[in-house]
Every structure is written in C-alpha cells, then in structure tokens.
Design a protein around this ligand. Structure first.
Ligand code: NAD
Length: 423
C-alpha cells in the first residue's frame, strides 16, 4: 500500500506541506518575510545517536530527534513517535503542527515533537525500554516540565511515558510527574487522557455535522487506523449512534455497510492483534477504505495518505483528520474543489494535547480532577476552538484548514511581537 509518510523528497514530504501551509497563512495575514522566517524556523533541534544492546547481545545504533519548533507561548509540547520511517523533516513538520495546534486550543505551550527511527514491532519490551531511557538521557538538557513536555504518539504509549518520567526524575533526584503527559494513572496520569484525542475528534465531527443540520445518527463513518486514536474514536462514534462502516490497521481493513459491531471488533483485536479476519465484515485494503461509500472519512494512521492519486476517489463529504498531516497539499485542493469539508488535524485531533495540558496542570498542582470535570473541560475547549475556526472560515470565506492556520499562526506571531526580539 502507499501510505508511507516520511519521504526523503523534501518537495513533497510533510515538512514541505507544513511550510506551504505557513506560507499561505502568512499571505492571508499580510506578514512580511522576516516574520514568516521567524515562524518557519525551528527554535531548537537535537539529533542524537541511541546505542542499543539487543536481548541477543547484538549492538545497534538508532537515531533520535527532538525538535522544539516554537516556544514563544510556553514550553514545547508534543508527542514522541517510534516508527521506522521517522526522519528529521517529519519531526519538524509534526513539531510545527503542534505549535499551531496548541495556539488554536489556546494552551500556554509552544510546539515540539520527538521521534526515534525504529520499528517497535521488531523489538522486545526490554529493548524498547532501553531505547526510551537512553533517548531521554540524551535529550535531558532540553526537556522538563517548564521546557518541553513529551506525550505518546505512534508506536509509544503510557509505559514509554512512565520510563521517560522515571529516567528524568532519577537524574534530577526527585519525582517530577509534569515532565511527560499520557502517563499511567498510578504515577500521575489524568483520567480521560487515553480517550481524549478520540473524544475530541468526535466533538468536532458532531459540531461540523450540526453546521449542516445533521447528527451522528445520520452518518456512516470510515476510519483508517485502529490504534490509540482510531479505535477509541470508532467506539465513541458507534456509542453516539453513528454507523462505523469500515476500519483498518497496518495489516488491512474490514467493511460492513450496515455498521460494524464495535464491542465485538474490539474483542477480536484484543485476541488477534488486528482487525483483519473479523468475521462479520468483508475485507478492504487501506487504499480502498479511503474511497468507500461513507459520509465521514477519518484518517487516523499515518500522514500523507490522501494524495493526488487517492483524493479523487474519496466519496465522503467530510474528512476529519484524526492523524497528523494525512492530506498532502495537492490532495487538499482536490478535496476542497470536490466540495469536501476537511476538519484539519490541528483542530480535529487537539483533544489529546488539551487533556495533556490538564494532566500537566494537575501534576504541577498535585491535585486531581474527576473524569467528569475533565470531559466537560475538554468538550468546552474543543467546541470553543471549533467555533473560533468555523466563524473565521465563514467570515473570511476560508477553508477550515486555512482559518485554523490563520488563528494558530496569528496567536504565535502576537507572542513574538509582544515579547520583542532579544537583543
Ligand atoms: P498508534 O500507533 O496507536 O496507531 C496507529 C494505527 O495506524 C495502528 O492501527 C496501525 O496499525 C495503523 N497503521 C500503521 N501503519 C499503517 C499503514 N501503513 N497503513 C494503515 N494503517 C497503518 O498511533 P496513534 O497514537 O493512534 O496515532 C495515529 C495518528 O494520530 C498519528 O498521525 C498521530 O500523530 C496522530 N495523533 C495521535 C494523538 C494521540 O493522542 N495518540 C494525538 C494527536 C494526533
């Protein structure tokens, strides 16, 4: 299949897409070249070697990255990705998107991202723990609860965050839960974090449908990716009355036009490790899934899956970007020309960083909120962000993506301008 993201081609990869998006937002905002260069340039980048002793005694060197794209509004914030295609340009793009995402959600954070070029499926838990701890120790000088706060992304999870927190805390000599978010509850994680990104995707989808006079019960939804984002989104959509007609993972997908039985599918995945082979559905591959007869398409796996080749085949009226950067620049234009409403990543999947913010606030004040409080605050933040973006989009006749970018870029630029340039 053709979903690999981190291409070596600098003219079409995610970093090129992110820079093009910034250019178009700066054009709308009338910013000069100097300001655009300030906003485009990552503030700090670390590129580290990670020596790993494998369980069988072999030694190998992996590469790890941490990019702090912008820290004008607060500490860097962003996930850590373990994937075999990770490279510096991909991490830069993801860090830039975090900057705009945090600003759109009005969080007191800049944007950052980390990655290690590793296929986590080829390594044991012990090896992954050693990679995580060595990576953390290599980037120790630039992270911390006031500097840069990591969270899970593709290929990492709450165990990874616990190892980072432990490594950082041991080095500092006391326990510092605020250095990461997405931790297990037992060591300072927040209620509601596991499902936060997915719940946020559902909140904005409902808001976008409501703008068209529809509700969840009126739509069929196809979801690419059945990991942390896709699987919970599927369950929440189904529980809300939507028909989830297709889902997929890296091994393939399953399709049932009458709607998938989500609890049974989740049980199947728990037992087999994949959606493939689920009995009450037909198989569908990851490219065909994008073209299915559905009302809402939720890419929730890798970036760069909606391309010049796949975008013309999309039948859905809404694309809600659970993944970061799933739509290339040319594909975005094709979809917009077809009349598809795209709820962009920097808005649609902001629920994760919003509840990460709640987790950080709780960790720093050592006082914990109830799940109800978190769910309510998340819904409020997501709907406020959606309304800001949708209102600007209507007022200025911009797509939701352009409106979201304009809001995010403008808030960051304001911070630059108010703070001034030192010296
Ligand atoms: P994950 O590792 O939990 O799940 C990824 C899913 O994608 C898995 O189902 C995997 O099988 C599938 N996948 C991997 N390679 C694929 C391929 N080539 N084709 C089709 N499917 C493939 O990751 P996640 O945390 O769910 O993240 C998914 C996306 O959402 C990423 O773009 C990530 O940056 C974005 N995101 C995640 C969060 C979060 O809180 N986890 C927040 C915001 C955005």
């Amino acid at each position: 299949m053709t979903t690999t993201s981190a291409t070596a081609d600098r003219s079409t990869g995610p970093w090129a897409t992110a820079l093009d998006q910034l250019t178009s937002a700066c054009r709308v905002l009338g910013y000069d070249e100097g300001l655009q260069a300030m906003l485009a340039t990552p503030r700090r980048e670390m590129n580290v070697a990670i020596p790993l002793r494998c369980d069988d005694g072999r030694k190998m060197i992996l590469r790890g990255y941490r990019v702090q794209h912008n820290i004008s509004r607060g500490p860097g914030k962003g996930g850590l990705r373990f994937h075999q295609d990770v490279d510096l340009d991909e991490v830069r793009a993801l860090a830039m998107w975090m900057t705009w995402k945090c600003a759109i959600a009005d969080l007191p954070y800049g944007g950052a991202k980390g990655g290690v070029t590793i296929d986590p499926l080829q390594h044991t838990r012990g090896e992954l723990e050693r990679v995580t701890r060595r990576y953390t120790s290599e980037i120790l000088p630039i992270i911390g609860p006031e500097r840069d706060i990591m969270a899970p992304d593709m290929g990492t999870g709450e165990d990874t965050m616990a190892w980072i927190m432990d490594t950082y805390s041991v080095n500092q000599g006391y326990t510092i839960p605020g250095v990461v978010t997405g931790k297990p509850i037992a060591v300072g994680g927040s209620l509601g974090r596991t499902t936060a990104t997915s719940a946020g995707v559902v909140h904005v989808t409902k808001a976008a449908l409501a703008d068209a006079g529809l509700g969840l019960a009126d739509v069929r939804i196809a979801i690419q990716g059945f990991g942390k984002v896709g699987s919970h989104a599927a369950s929440i959509f189904a529980a809300g009355g939507a028909r989830v007609v297709a889902v997929s993972d890296m091994y393939g997908g399953v399709h049932n036009p009458d709607g998938l039985d989500l609890p049974a599918l989740v049980a199947h995945v728990a037992a087999t490790g994949s959606v493939v082979g689920f009995e009450r559905a037909e198989p569908v591959d990851n490219v065909a899934l994008l073209a299915l007869d559905a009302d809402v398409l939720v890419p929730a796996a890798l970036e760069g899956v909606l391309t010049e080749e796949t975008a013309p085949t999309v039948q859905a009226r809404w694309v809600v970007e659970g993944a970061n950067g799933p739509t290339t620049g040319p594909a975005d234009k094709i979809l917009v020309d077809k009349g598809v409403t795209i709820v962009p990543d920097i808005l649609a999947n902001a629920g994760g960083v919003v509840v990460s913010y709640f987790e950080w606030v709780q960790a720093n004040q050592a006082y914990w909120w109830t799940e109800r409080e978190i769910d309510d605050k998340l819904e409020h933040r997501m709907l406020t962000a959606y309304r800001d973006v949708a209102d600007l989009s209507r007022r200025e006749n911009l797509t939701l993506r352009d409106a979201a970018l304009v809001i995010g870029v403008q808030r960051v630029a304001q911070a630059h301008q108010i703070r001034g340039l030192y010296p």
